[in-house]
Design a protein around this ligand. Sequence first.
Ligand code: ZN
Length: 352
Amino acid sequence: MKMKIKSKRRFFLSLSILIIIAMAFNGKNLLNKVLTSDAIGNKSSNSTKENKFQGTPISISKEGTITFDQSEYFKKYIIKLVDKKQYSGYKEDDDYIYLDLKAVDKHKLNSNSFKEDDEKIFLSKIDGKTTMTIKKEFTQNNFVFLNELTNYLMVLISKKEEPFTHTVVVDPGHGGGDPGTEAYDKSFFEKEVTLKIALEMRPELIFYGKKVVMTRDKDLESDEYLERQRIVDIANENQGDAFVSVHIDAYDKSNIYNGISVYYAQSNSVPEESEAMALKIQEKILTSDNWNDRGIKFEDFKVIRLAQMPAVLVECGFASNPEDVKRLNDNNVLNNLAKNISAGIIAYLDGK
Ligand SMILES: [Zn+2]
């Protein structure tokens, strides 16, 4: 009987100890939870604050595939891909951009751009996968673009809360059920080439602090196309500081004409400004690939006449001319056109 009481006591004593331990453990957990949520709360409310570096540094080499550049407005990480299929998208949160890249371990920082292991770009684990991770400075206005012409992946990290000084409206001519002109040898439709050029203008312009509004950023359905009035409305609704429409010229089936001209409209609301921008763009375009200079011209095309801002239409070569068509089938030439048209717009806007 006594024994039984003793063992009962022991049993209750052990039970109490167990309960106390369990309570202490729970309490600690609870405390941990509070601390964690506090930390998360702090993190999201101060997302632009420096966070402690987490992850593995990327090594540096002379042959490194990652280069770095910066303007007053953006940092630019350029990652050269062997094949664009290596890239399958990105994720982001308030603090980081996570690039989904195959063979991510093969990428190294180029020693011309990076002097030491840069803790703003590193490898981290996300969903159990090694991921290239880039630190943001501000939550908003960071961009990732795959340049389809060069297979370069470009990550633009904003250096300012408000990185944009101007808005540029870019109009890739034609699209959808309106293919535009066709190359004399049927190697392309105008709508395809204008889109390729316009898409690569976007990161160029953003890098120099220009917000970009595209009238389209993909081909449209075959039963769709953009009315000219709709293009004008997009430009005016977005209160652009510049409007640039990209086209390819053609002259019947004849190959006698070739080269580039930039058009402005004399009855536009700011014709002198439009002419000044046309001059800058024409000047920059002629710096590569030996294009024939057809000069700037005026013509009251509807889109540049009614856009209430400096507005030009660039005719990037002739689809009816074999020399020009050869150029327009070369991705490097298209990439140069994108860079040079953008450089002209930037020179005009920043030089005012
Ligand atoms: Zn056209």
